[in-house]
Design a protein around this ligand. Structure first.
Ligand code: NAP
Length: 250
């Protein structure tokens, strides 16, 4: 879509880009020449570090705080970006949380907060960018789901329901936007080494992964960059692409 030297930059918004997978996606898209909006909810300092790292290596970025589980904050995020950057070429719906527990004891607040961010957050941001991308006749939306949304997981009913919802949302949006030059795809990671997975019992998990190791945020970022920028990805829409060391083979 663009080269590092092209001007003016194309604009990518990455939700939850202060840490983990989102941070690597932001760094990777910036390295590829996009101006990146680093969204975060609480981690202002971490988000600032991501912006500084991008700028210090010759890229363009700025941070915008928004709790994207809140409709108004998500809309304000997109409004702020459009006022400042005038366009949005890539939206990566990455922000996500877990609130694990067996369903018998799951608190309604833990159900709701996961759905509000992981599923409704994707809806809020996608709806907010849709008018602009339709007008541009161009856009790429990448939603970060999870293999857990495809296979379920004991103790993660809220999380797997939210991620399965993202799969349906991705396919529906892909069909709605296909005639408008906008692609919508989902990336479904397995176990990736981030804050989200740092307390998990590694040995049991490794036995379920044919490649016998956790993935890295960088590997996920590389797949997202392909979907966001590669000319080959122009012809890919409505897909869920797994990056899981072979955990789920369908
Ligand atoms: P992480 O390290 O915990 O980072 C989560 C990011 O989301 C942080 O930048 C955080 O920002 C942001 N965030 C949290 N609540 C937010 C909110 N309400 N509004 C905006 N941003 C918010 O998580 P991760 O492992 O990188 O996961 C990233 C995505 O990949 C998630 O959607 C996750 O479900 C998915 N995923 C991860 C794995 C894995 O194994 N790690 C596997 C499959 C899918 P603050 O610090 O500012 O709160």
């Amino acid at each position: 879509m663009t080269s590092p030297s092209s001007s003016p930059s194309e604009i990518a918004v990455v939700t939850g880009a202060s840490r983990g997978i989102g941070k690597e996606i932001a760094l990777s898209l910036a390295k590829a020449g996009l101006e990146v909006v680093v969204n975060y909810s609480n981690s202002s300092e971490e988000a600032e570090k991501v912006v500084t790292e991008i700028i210090s290596t010759g890229g363009k970025a700025y941070k915008v705080q928004a709790n994207i589980s809140k409709e108004k904050e998500a809309e304000d995020l997109i409004k702020t970006v459009l006022e400042r950057s005038k366009r949005i070429d890539v939206l990566v719906n990455n922000a996500g949380i877990t609130r694990d527990g067996l369903i018998m004891r799951m608190k309604t607040t833990d159900w709701q907060s996961v759905i509000d961010l992981n599923l409704s957050g994707v809806f809020h941001c996608t709806r907010a960018v849709s008018r602009t991308m339709i007008k541009q006749k161009k856009g790429r939306i990448i939603n970060i789901t999870s293999v857990v949304g495809l296979m379920g997981n004991a103790g993660q009913a809220n999380y797997s329901a939210s991620k399965a919802g993202v799969v349906g949302l991705t396919k529906s949006c892909a069909k709605e936007f296909a005639s408008r030059g906008i692609t919508v795809n989902a990336v479904a990671p397995g176990f990736i080494a981030t804050d989200m997975t740092k307390d998990l019992a590694a040995e049991e998990i490794l036995n379920a992964i044919p490649l016998r190791k956790f993935g890295t945020p960088n590997q996920v970022a590389s797949l997202v960059r392909f979907l966001a920028m590669d000319s080959g990805a122009e012809y890919i829409t409505g897909q869920v692409i797994q990056i899981d060391g072979g955990m789920v083979m369908s």
